[in-house]
Design a binder for this molecule. Structure first.
Ligand code: KIV
Ligand code: ZN
Length: 522
């Protein structure tokens, strides 16, 4: 087994470029609030991600503000902002990154015949001119410039080489090769990287990067083929979030390189023990569930069901495990505490689970933990995580759930008697609906009229057993803005009301802030 290198200059070091906050956020419905993006950025930084793509500053004021705020909190990683080839895009990215310790502008333009003709309606010559002018302009802001030929895998090779050479000549220090539509296969993608290394005369002046989409389920395989052929940066997202079928999953790339050092002698600087936490955080804030059998972070990734496997595992874990759950930060969900556990033990537990909460937040979580312990006999790590996340989600807001009573069953329409505190005043209403959840949401609508549409209502049990907490996610959409609220409670309907109200509170904040121009890159 080779030695562990973490020096980014090392020839075998693969840089991890995380784009969860940019391409990942482009997953339909996966928008995040500023606070959530900052939480994710800080965790990515702590994990050792080399470059964090924080957003697309020209897309909206909200995106600009996120890139600016991420630039201010990130301590070690390079912070990157995306820009199309136009001057306004590049200047907005440059401005948003002003406070970053290590800023990078990532500028891109399409180079495939189909994109140039139908999307850009530009001649190849004009596109080549735009490559040079965009990279040159970006270099006026920073000497760390990445250039991408969008739809590179469907671009003619001679033209791709000419564009890459021109971008490097104009000052690009990273050349990213997107498989924008997820069309490539590993051999072909690896050969493309090798072709660029062989044919572009100044290629040694830039780091080659992969950016693979997962439409055929090949994003990770294609990225690794790129690495085998000389790419030394991989673009990826936590849980493989991203446009359509998503991007290459960070956790899969990193663990493939770590576990199969013998076949792929490359290193990353990632603290793999933080992977499970990052996966859970991203899934929670976006309400995108992680598929049960997802590699590395799925609920079943380390579960051994069959008798033969269990028997083997008891004799020696290496019989069926190629990596330990601990190596990705999964510890067996342990029975943690009960009704009699004290404040001190609770605070330690919360810290051990990776939260850095202020005094008030700990007090609030502790109070809710005690309430939970009254209702639920066994409290597990996952219960504490749900409870703390619920508190973070509820956060500050003008609307709070005070009381909820439901009448339902086989007789008569379900009825919700709900009291909300709105801007300091308690208001109560009785509403009916097609079911108890519908009645509850109708009651909220009567007390706080709004035009948002319910896009997603999702319930999942935090642990096993009929006394498990229900973790509810509610996604609301209003004028193209989406927000996700969460609530966790042993009572599913109370959790539902809390989740809806948490989403409404976020929407109220969003209404005050943003003026988006509907603008997206792929
Ligand atoms: O998939 C893609 O082509 C992109 C570019 C903006 C790099 O996301
Ligand atoms: Zn992409």
């Amino acid at each position: 087994m080779s030695q562990h290198h973490t020096d980014p200059q090392d020839a075998n070091r693969v840089l991890i470029f995380d784009t969860t906050l940019r391409d990942g956020e482009q997953s339909p419905g996966a928008s995040m609030t500023l606070e959530e993006k900052l939480q994710i950025a800080e965790l990515l930084d702590e994990m050792g991600v080399d470059i964090i793509e924080a957003g697309f500053p020209v897309a909206s004021n909200g995106d600009f503000e996120s890139v600016q705020s991420v630039s201010r909190v990130v301590k070690n990683a390079v912070v990157c902002g995306l820009a199309r080839a136009g001057e306004k895009d590049i200047d907005r990215a440059g401005e948003a990154l002003r406070d970053a310790k290590r800023p990078r502008i990532h500028t891109f333009i399409s180079t495939s015949p189909v994109h140039m003709k139908h999307k850009l309606q530009m001649e190849p010559k004009e596109v080549l001119g735009a490559v040079i002018s965009s990279v040159t302009r970006a270099r006026n802001w920073t000497d760390n410039v990445e250039w991408s030929p969008e739809d590179a895998t469907r671009t003619e090779h001679d033209y791709l080489c000419a564009c890459v050479e021109a971008a490097i000549k104009a000052g690009a220090t990273t050349i990213n090769i997107p498989d924008t539509v997820g069309y490539s296969v590993p051999e072909e993608y690896g050969a493309l990287i090798a072709m660029l290394r062989n044919r572009v005369p100044n290629i040694d002046k830039a780091v080659i990067s992969t950016h693979c989409h997962n439409d055929l389920g090949l994003a990770v395989a294609n990225s690794l083929a790129g690495v085998a052929n000389g790419a030394r940066q991989v673009e990826c997202t936590i849980n493989g979030m991203g446009e359509r079928a998503g991007n290459a999953a960070l956790e899969e790339l990193v663990m493939a390189l770590k576990v199969r050092q013998d076949a792929m002698p490359f290193d990353t600087g990632i603290k793999t023990e933080l992977i499970a936490r990052a996966s859970k955080l991203v899934s929670t804030v976006t309400a995108f569930p992680v598929q049960y059998n997802k590699a590395i972070v799925g609920q079943n990734a380390f579960a051994h069901e069959s008798g033969i496997h269990q028997d083997g595992m008891l004799k020696n874990t290496q019989t069926y495990e190629i990596m330990t759950p601990e190596s990705v930060g999964i510890s067996k969900s342990t029975l943690v505490m009960g009704k009699h556990s004290g404040r001190h033990a609770f605070r330690n537990k919360v810290a051990e689970l990776g939260y850095d909460l202020g005094q008030n937040a700990v007090e609030d979580a502790f109070r809710r933990f005690k309430d939970l312990a009254d209702k639920k006999k066994h409290i597990f790590d996952d219960d504490i995580v749900a409870l703390v996340d619920d508190g973070i989600s509820a956060g500050e807001g003008d609307i709070q759930v005070v009381a909820l009573k439901i009448v339902c069953g086989t007789e008569g329409p379900p009825e919700a008697i709900l009291t909300l505190n709105i801007a300091g005043e308690d208001k109560t209403v009785v509403a009916t609906g097609d079911g108890p959840v519908d009645a509850t949401f109708n009651a909220i609508g009567q007390l706080f009229p709004h035009s948002a549409h319910l896009q997603l209502y999702q319930v999942h049990a935090v642990t096993e057993g009929t006394d498990a907490q229900a973790e509810v996610s509610v996604r609301l959409e209003e004028d193209g803005k989406t927000v996700t609220g969460r609530g966790a409670e042993t009572d599913t309907l109370v959790a539902s009301a809390r989740a809806y109200v948490s989403a409404l509170n976020k929407l109220v904040v969003k209404r005050k802030k943003s003026a988006p121009e509907a603008l997206r890159a792929s």
